[in-house]
Ligand binder design. Sequence first.
Ligand code: NDP
Length: 449
Amino acid sequence: MPLKNEYLLRIYDTVVQKNIGELEFHQAVLEFLESLEPVLEKEPELAKTGVIDRMIEPERLVQFRVSWIDDAGVVQVNRAYRVQFNSAIGPYKGGFRFHPSVNASILKFLAFEQVYKNSLTGLPMGGGKGGADFDPKGKSENEIMRFCQALMVELSRHIGADVDVPAGDIGVGAREVGYMFGQYKKIKNEFTGVFTGKGLSYGGSLARKEATGYGLIYFTQEALKNIKNTDLNGKRVLVSGSGNVATYAVEKAQTYGAKVLSVSDSSGYIHDPNGINLEVLKQIKEVERARISEYAKRVPGSQYFEGCKGVWSIPCDIALPCATQNELDLDSAQLLIQNGVTMVAEGANMPSTPEAVHALMEAGVLFAPAKAANAGGVSVSVMEMSQNAIKLMLSDKHMDERLKEIMEHMHQDIFDTCEEYDLGYDLITGANITAFERVADTMIRLGTY
Ligand code: NDP
C-alpha cells in the first residue's frame, strides 16, 4: 500500500536515497512506516519531534575485515559488520549471523526490526544485529574456531555486557558463541555476560536454545485461542527450516497436539504425513550437522523433494516459516490460501514478502508478524543477561514460565492496540504501533541526541 502521510513518505524517500540498493532495509522500513499512518493521523505533532527521522538512521554501523587461515594454510578474508541501531531503551541486543548472503542491507533490516521486537517484549533492550559473509558449511571444526577468534579480535572493541550483547542467528549456534565468548574473555581478561546463547557451564541459561521456537508456539496458541476460538490440538502444521527455531517450534507444536508435516533446508524439504520424528530430526541436524534429505532415508513414509519453496504446497491449517527472509512469496501464499490455511506465524525474520502478506491478510488468514512471534529468543536472552549480572543460575521452569508469560502479555498488548486503533485483527499494525510507542516516547524524553 502506498504511503499517504506526507511526512512518512518523505522519510521513506530519504531511506531509499541514503541506502541505495538496500532492498531488504527499504522493505522493513516501509512495512513499519505503513503501520504508523494511524498514529500520525491521531498525533500529527509527532512529526515536529523528528523522532521517526532519527529512528530510521542507525546510531552506528561498524564494518570490518576478518582475515584468518584455513586448513590448507591459505589466508581467507571475510567482511563482518555490527549494526548498533537504537539504544534508547537499553543496551544494543541482537544476534550474529554467518551466511554468504550477509551484507549491510540485510543486517540493517534485521537490526531495525530487532529494535521494535525488543520493545514489544517490555524488557530493557535496544536493538542491533551483526554478521559476516562467512559460510560455515563444509568448514572444519578448527576453521570455525579460527574464524570466530579472528572476528572477535575486532568485535571485542565494540561490545560489552552493558553496551551491546550479541547472540546466535543463522549459522551461529552454541558452538560458535562458545568460541567467540572464549576469545572475548581472553582479550578483555573478564568474565561477563557479553554474549547470550552460551553453554550452560559458562553462564548460559536453561531454555535459551528452545526459546524462539517455543515462544513462537506460545504466541500462536494464544492468538488461536483469543481470536479464532480454537488451539493447536489436531492442527496440520507446516514448518520450514530445520535449524534452531524450526526444531523447537516442531517440538512445542507437537506437545500441544499438532501434527507437523514438514521441515526443510536451503536444498529441499521433507513431507512426513505421519508427523515429523523429532528424535531423527535432532540427530541429523544437531548431532551430525547433515542435510535434511537424510531424514527421508531414515523415516519410512516420508519423502524428500528438491527445492525449498515447494514446502508451501502441502495442505495445512497453520504455516510457520522458520528459515530465512523472503522465503514465502506470493505464489506460495496463494497455494497456502487455496489449500485452506487459517494462520501464518513468522518464526524467521521477515520470511514473508509484502505481496504474500497482503494476499494472506486479504484472504482473512490470521497473520502473526516476526517482531512479535519470534521474540521469545531475545526475551530469554535478557534473563541470561540478568542471571550473569547477579552471578546465579535461574531454573529451567522459571525461564519457561517467564517466556510463556512474556509471549502471552505481548499478545495482549498488541490486541489492546488493535482495539484502540480499530484495526480488527491486523496484528502487524498492532505490533508495530505498540513497539513504536515505547521507543518513540523514550527517545523524546531523552531529548535529541
Ligand atoms: P539456523 O542456522 O539454526 O537454521 C537456519 C535454517 O534455515 C536452516 O535449515 C537453513 O538451511 C535454512 N536456510 C537458511 N538460509 C536459507 C535460504 N536462503 N533458503 C532456504 N533456507 C535457508 O538459524 P535459526 O534457526 O537460528 O534462524 C532462522 C531464522 O529465525 C532467521 O531468520 C533468524 O534471523 C530468525 N531468528 C532466530 C532466532 C534465534 O534465537 N536463533 C531469534 C529470532 C529470529 P541450510 O542449512 O541449508 O542453510
